[in-house]
Design a protein around this ligand. Structure first.
Ligand code: F6P
Ligand code: MN
Length: 292
């Protein structure tokens, strides 16, 4: 079944936005070969941009914002929320190309999208949906709009076709962990030791979207914790943690900053960071229950 057919029944403006994002992602999947290397610029977090980051960001701004598909657009590559003329009140927060530092070694990267109404600076549990696309050996799109989590694959005809419906998080013991051990906070160190003692196998590529995709399918937990030097972690609440957290939660998992349900956090700014623990309910309950 094609993506457009699968989306029947949702609000028209949301369907058009999701299909617009899917079209841009097809262009991105074809664009890697012609946009290799680094850009001359850094983003607002001081990270060196890849040519692909800048190009993909521009495509989303044009196809979603300038076309009027959405009213508000916040991009990880831009300092401010952009507002466009539009008939809808849709707000999109987007990481155009997550994991892009790995492009130079040809590992999987992806696009992460959160969908809100009336603005973007809202807690994750007010999202109307979220989706991501990973550009790996295959280009795969996963969406959740309040009615299950569904996965599509880009076929040879250039169409997204259904691969798996109603995904639920796996039950294997896998552990993706960011940050360096010599900066771990005590409760985090205890969490990791407990999982290791319980036989968890390490799986960490350094591409958040790909790492969470693996945990969603196989099970376990991904964490990029707060650490000494950055107690609120590295990953961005609005562009990375909340949309992926929404999807994993819809698939029967959970997400936390270690203290509270991450989807309840009200962002103060679009560039806010959050520690993240995302995966099975059991693992997320474990970290939230540890004394801090
Ligand atoms: O966007 C940030 C990101 O590239 C994530 O995709 C990834 O999880 C993380 O940074 C990797 O960070 P580090 O290089 O510190 O391991
Ligand atoms: Mn990112």
């Amino acid at each position: 079944m094609h993506l457009s057919k699968h989306l029947e029944g949702y609000d028209k403006d949301i369907v058009e936005a999701v299909l617009g994002i899917a079209e841009v992602s097809k262009a991105i999947s074809r664009g890697f070969i012609t946009h290799q290397g680094k850009a001359e610029s850094d983003n607002i977090y001081g990270e060196q941009q890849a040519r692909m980051d800048v190009w993909a960001d521009g495509l989303f701004i044009k196809e979603l914002g300038e076309s009027g598909l959405v009213r508000y657009l916040a991009s990880e590559e831009q300092p401010e929320v952009m507002e466009f003329e539009s008939d809808t009140d849709l707000g999109i927060s987007i990481d155009p190309l997550d994991g892009s530092s790995l492009l130079s070694v040809n590992l999987t990267v992806g696009t992460i999208v959160g969908i809100q109404r009336g603005g973007v600076l809202k807690p994750g549990n007010e999202m109307v949906g979220a989706m991501y696309v990973i550009y790996g050996p295959l280009t795969v799109l996963v969406y959740a709009l309040g009615n299950g989590v569904h996965e599509f694959v880009l076929n040879a005809d250039g169409d997204f076709v259904l691969r798996r419906e109603n995904l639920t998080i796996g039950s294997e013991k896998r552990l993706g962990q960011g940050a360096a051990r010599n900066t771990y906070l005590l409760f985090h160190e205890e969490f990791i030791s407990m999982l290791e003692a319980d036989g968890y196998k390490i799986r960490f590529s350094g591409s958040f979207v790909a790492d969470v995709h693996q945990i969603l399918h196989k099970g376990g937990v991904f964490t990029y914790p707060g650490y000494r030097g950055s107690e609120r972690g590295k990953l961005r609440l609005l562009f990375e943690c909340a949309p992926m957290g929404y999807i994993v939660t819809q698939a029967g998992g959970a997400v936390s900053d270690g203290y509270v349900d991450l989807l309840t956090i009200q962002p103060q700014s679009i560039s806010e960071r959050a520690p993240v623990y995302i995966g099975g309910k059991r693992e997320i309950e474990l970290i939230m229950g540890l004394p801090k």
